[in-house]
Design a protein around this ligand. Structure first.
Ligand code: SF4
Length: 454
């Protein structure tokens, strides 16, 4: 790639990713493992029943999002948290910066949070002289490498042990090792000091409970718990769709999220943070701030792709997607990759800034089948493709091909002629495209069905 990687350069990014053998190997291995573990983990569940329940709960919130946001804010305030509302990314960044600045907090430990990636928080705080340290192992690795996460759940999925060993040796000045336990120990020892000396912890949230005002964190590494209990200040940043009605509803999602994400029955740490530490409690932050970020959700909820807001970021659709599993997350040039990422990016960034991403899907439906909250991903992808056409954002060659196809299917003669031409040209086309593309497609029959029937 010559210029910056963005969603507009998606085709170029994808081509470059396809040539990276090490990337493809890592992706194949990891997405394969995630899929297998998920399949095994959901076997014992009344899966369809739970998916319907989870979808209905999410729709209930989306139908009355403003009221649920108010209810959550009131409950969190009663529990002692300070709730801030941010209309867009800039407002969210400024709010967080001022909370930190007013308390002279300059060293911040962070637990993995996609919304802080979405609002580009780290860059903003770094520019203002603050030190922000990612503490999820995968995020820590990509931060050291100066990269962005390439998977929602496993941000460093694109890297192998050898690459991580070299990175640690270079950035942390430790002897090279590719032993995964050694690498873990190095990261843990370094991060432990950061947790103990940080002024504030910033986290996202997997869910937010409207009835209790609690923020729910689901993690496997314990870093979320350390970031929310060791520093005296905790800032939770979350988008509006994270809200669910009640603690009782959390049970449904907790049966689905870990299984869909990593094939675990339950994640290692599930933390419910309800306001700051109370008198007599030994753990917890002294001050809890919750930043509720809209950043386009109010518009999305009023549109025909509103069901993308049901997404619980489990990443099962990424692992199931043949396109994602081939090119990885960086090729999308966006915060969110994979099928859900395409939809969310087009809605958040605008069609004009993200339309090439809509070619990054085969519409095979594998994502729909695994989604634990029944987000109708392929339907929305098709809707957005229609919108792209209506906005005139398709290439000249695609427009010409579609016009030709329309003409052919409307005229039996032209269709027949086209079929015969295709049969004749087929060997040449296979040669031109390469065996790996058209070579895998069945050869057109010598006599078409229509001819045989007539
Ligand atoms: S769209 Fe569904 S499968 Fe994809 S990340 Fe969201 S919840 Fe998971």
């Amino acid at each position: 790639m010559s210029g910056p990687v963005t969603s507009l350069t998606f085709h170029e990014n994808a081509r470059a990713a396809c040539k990276d053998a090490s990337l493809r190997q890592s992706l194949k291995k990891c997405t394969g493992i995630f899929q297998k573990k998920r399949r095994e983990a959901v076997q014992a569940l009344p899966l369809e029943e739970l998916r319907d329940q989870a979808s209905a709960i999410k729709l209930q919130v989306l139908d009355d999002l403003g009221a649920y946001v108010d209810r959550f804010a009131a409950s969190a305030t009663r529990a002692g948290a300070v709730v801030h509302r941010a209309k867009d990314a800039a407002a969210a960044r400024e709010t967080i910066f001022h909370i930190l600045k007013d308390r002279s907090a300059t060293k911040i430990v962070k637990s993995k949070s996609m919304v802080t990636e979405e609002i580009h928080l780290n860059e903003h705080l770094h520019r203002r002289g603050m030190q922000v340290i990612e503490t999820d192992l995968g995020e820590y690795i990509v931060q050291l490498a100066g990269e962005k996460p390439s998977h929602i759940l496993a941000p460093a999925i694109h890297k192998n042990r050898q690459q991580i060993g070299k990175l640690f040796a270079e950035k942390l000045r430790v002897p090279y090792t590719e032993d995964h336990l050694e690498l873990l120990k190095i990261a843990r020892d370094t991060l432990r000091q950061d947790f103990l000396t940080a002024d504030a912890g910033i986290t996202g949230a997997n869910f937010a409970l409207a009835d209790t005002g609690s923020v729910v964190l689901v993690t496997n590494e314990g870093n979320g718990r350390m970031a929310t209990t060791l520093p005296r200040l905790h800032i939770a940043v979350l988008t509006l769709e994270k809200i669910i009605p009640s603690l009782a509803d959390l049970a449904t999602f907790m049966r689905l999220l870990p299984r869909s994400a990593s094939g675990q029955i339950l994640s290692s740490y599930v933390s419910l943070i309800t306001g700051p530490k109370k008198q007599g409690e030994s753990t917890g932050a002294e001050e809890v701030h919750i930043v509720l970020v809209d950043n386009g959700r109010s518009e999305i909820v009023a549109g025909d792709c509103r069901e993308i807001l049901k997404c619980i970021r489990c990443s099962a659709c990424l692992n199931a997607c043949p396109v994602y599993a081939t090119i990885g997350g960086h090729a999308y040039g966006s915060t969110y990759p994979g099928p859900m990422g395409i939809i969310l990016t087009v809605l958040l960034d605008g069609m004009d800034k993200a339309y090439p991403l809509l070619d990054g899907t085969t519409l095979c439906g594998a994502c729909d089948e695994v989604c634990p909250v029944k987000v109708p991903l392929t339907k929305m992808l098709a809707t957005l493709r229609e919108r792209r056409i209506a906005e005139g954002l398709t290439s000249t060659s695609e427009k010409a091909a579609m016009a030709g196809f329309k003409h052919a299917v409307n005229s039996p003669r032209a269709f027949d002629w086209g079929q015969r031409a295709l049969r004749r040209l087929w060997p040449g086309l296979v040669l031109l495209s390469g065996e790996k593309i058209l070579g895998r497609v069945p050869q057109p029959a010598d006599r078409s069905l229509r001819r045989r029937m007539s």
